[in-house]
Design a protein around this ligand. Structure first.
Ligand code: PEP
Ligand code: MG
Length: 580
């Protein structure tokens, strides 16, 4: 069976399925020996402790921001964590039935939920959701976000899921997963960005793949080029794909010859390539491809994986990143949480329209303690290299000033605490809201650098949800409105003598690189996996040709026409750029 989706990360993988049910409905019953009982109980108790700490933290935050009225729910959760019918009974269940803690808790909670369900009183009936919620949280602490990896053997597997969050994918990549295919998603969701960064084939937006996987032994082909997933292929197709997989490996070898090249255009203009990274492991790929440094370090993944992390823990992670980056510049973006990037482990109010709501800098300024912890950790890590700080989703001058005040406060505190830190860390902003793009002439005195986030700039300029597959066809980097904003940002940066980089996905897409060069940009930050192709296209074009291209794009009224022009341009300059 052939399923068509969106190919979001190139490559071909052939392997067996690894089915992921993130709704936690498939908790496995594992029989244990007498000698393992103590281990399971310890694991259970540790998870309870972590859940308790988490709930207390969230309660505190909610008290500050929402008042007593909304914080009572956390007391209910805290009481449940001491409830003998739930907690005591689970321990007894582990001992008496000799089963794993996750299963015991799940089983005991079902009994409790059944009791609540049978009552007539709607208030008591509602209690079942509190139990479900807290049980889900404890299980997540026990199973690393609900995955049960014990099911996989050593062989390479292809993950199949309804959806995968960025943190789930990061956890999977630490296992033996070589590709993934999911029902939901779009090209520029963060899960897709990570897939490209790590160079693993991925197809998303398949709508029904989870309905079609029968067993974990199904053979699957993931064709990230064509956005195709083939289930149980016949012999001929399978052989065909095994040949393709080999051809792809040869093509990659060719590209790798560009690894050490310092790239310039045919007419001699040097272009600086930086990397976008989410996890420290990617920095070694960045170094291998000779990037000039890290143009975007997305810190939110630290939180998505671990929840609210202490200053010392963040310091260690960031120090490791700075050291791995070998003295080259590293731009650390403060956490861009909210919107599609939400962690169950951090406070996040229910919002009707989270992309327009409490996201990025707005979230930071609201939950200031979490923000300050991060700012202090960055200043401490800055001692070890060339660190810069960047604020995401800035909408105007007010937020820049507020963020800078927080930095000042943190510096004072670090001084009082007598910690070792670097004081003068350059501060920059992401230009990714149209409101900021339209006033870049007013802010070039406020900050030390700009970085253009085209993913969000396009989303908010064109009013298109970047994760919605139904409107993905309208997502158009060459829309004249976008080109006009990009031109303005570049010119204002030039006039203000301020450094400007493009770090959205456009910067790493070979089709759009000539566009950015034509607009004037010379600093591009991209997923490390995009670097080699970027080097190839840059080394094949002249700036004058790119400028001509811009002029013709400006006259294009239809998306298809613009895309055709770009494809023709690429074909004329680098027909060997893509794998066919
Ligand atoms: C962007 O919006 O272009 C960007 C780089 O930020 P993110 O993709 O993390 O939102
Ligand atoms: Mg963004």
């Amino acid at each position: 069976m052939v399923l068509k989706g969106i190919g979001v990360s190139e490559g071909i993988a052939v392997g067996k399925a690894f089915f992921i049910d993130r709704k936690l409905t498939k908790i496995k019953k594992i029989k244990i020996n007498e000698s393992n009982i103590a281990f399971e109980i310890k694991k259970f108790k540790e998870a309870i402790k972590k859940t308790e700490e988490y709930i207390k933290h969230v309660k505190e935050l909610s008290l500050q921001d929402l008042g007593e009225e909304h914080s009572f729910i956390f007391d209910v959760y805290l009481l449940l964590l001491k409830d003998d019918m739930l907690i005591g009974e689970t321990e007894r269940f582990i001992k008496n039935e000799k089963v794993n803690a996750e299963y015991a808790l799940w089983k005991v909670s079902r009994k409790l939920i059944n009791i609540f369900e049978k009552t007539e009183d709607p208030y008591i009936k509602e209690k079942k959701n509190d139990v479900k919620h807290i049980v889900d949280k404890i299980i997540r602490f026990m199973t690393n976000d609900g995955f049960v990896f014990k099911e996989t053997s050593g062989e390479a597997r292809i993950a199949i899921a309804h959806d995968l969050s960025p943190s789930e994918l990061v956890s999977l990549l630490k296992q033996n997963i070589v590709a993934f295919a999911i029902d939901l998603g779009s090209k520029i969701s963060h899960t897709s960005i990570i897939a490209r960064a790590m160079g693993i084939p991925a197809v998303v937006g398949l709508e029904k793949i989870t309905d079609n996987i029968i067993s974990s032994d199904d053979t699957i082909i993931v064709d990230g080029f064509n956005g195709v997933v083939i289930l149980d292929p016949d012999k001929e197709v399978l052989e065909d794909y095994i040949v393709k997989e080999k051809k792809y490996r040869d093509y990659v070898k060719e590209l790798e010859k560009l690894k050490d090249v310092e790239v310039k255009t045919v007419d001699g203009e040097f272009v600086n390539i930086f990397s976008n990274v989410e996890i420290n492991e990617e920095i070694s790929i960045s170094n291998e491809y000779k990037a000039k440094g890290i143009g975007l370090y997305r810190t939110e993944f630290i939180y998505l994986e671990k929840g609210d992390v202490s200053e010392d823990e963040q310091f260690e992670i960031l120090k490791d990143a700075v050291l791995r980056n070998e003295n080259k510049p590293i731009t650390i973006r403060t956490f861009d949480l909210g919107g599609e990037k939400l962690s169950n482990l951090l406070p996040h109010p229910d919002e009707q329209n989270p992309a327009m709501g409490l996201r990025a800098i707005r979230y930071s300024l609201r939950f200031k303690d979490i923000f300050k912890t991060q700012i202090k950790a960055i200043h401490r890590a800055a001692v070890f290299g060339d660190v810069r700080i960047m604020f995401p989703m800035i909408s105007g001058v007010e937020e820049i000033r507020q963020a800078k005040n927080v930095v000042e406060e943190c510096i004072e505190e670090l001084k009082n605490e007598k910690k070792e830190f670097k004081e003068n860390v350059p501060l920059g902003v992401m230009v990714e809201l149209p409101s900021l793009a339209l006033i870049t002439h007013l802010i070039n005195k406020e900050v030390d650098f700009f970085s253009v986030g085209t993913n969000d700039l396009i989303q908010y300029t064109l009013g298109i949800d970047r994760n919605n597959e139904y409107v993905a066809y309208l997502y158009r980097p060459t829309h004249p409105a976008v080109l006009t904003l990009l031109r303005k940002i570049y010119k204002d940066a030039q006039k203000g003598g301020i450094e400007v980089t493009v770090c959205g996905e456009m910067a790493g897409d070979p089709k759009y690189i000539p566009v950015l060069l034509g607009l004037g940009y010379r600093n591009l930050s991209m997923s490390p996996s995009a670097i080699l192709k970027a080097k190839m296209i840059i080394s094949r074009v002249k700036i004058s040709e790119c400028e001509k291209l811009i002029n013709s794009l400006k006259r294009c009224k239809f998306a298809r026409k613009a895309e055709e022009k770009l494809e023709k341009f690429i074909d004329e300059h680098a027909s060997d750029l893509f794998f066919h």
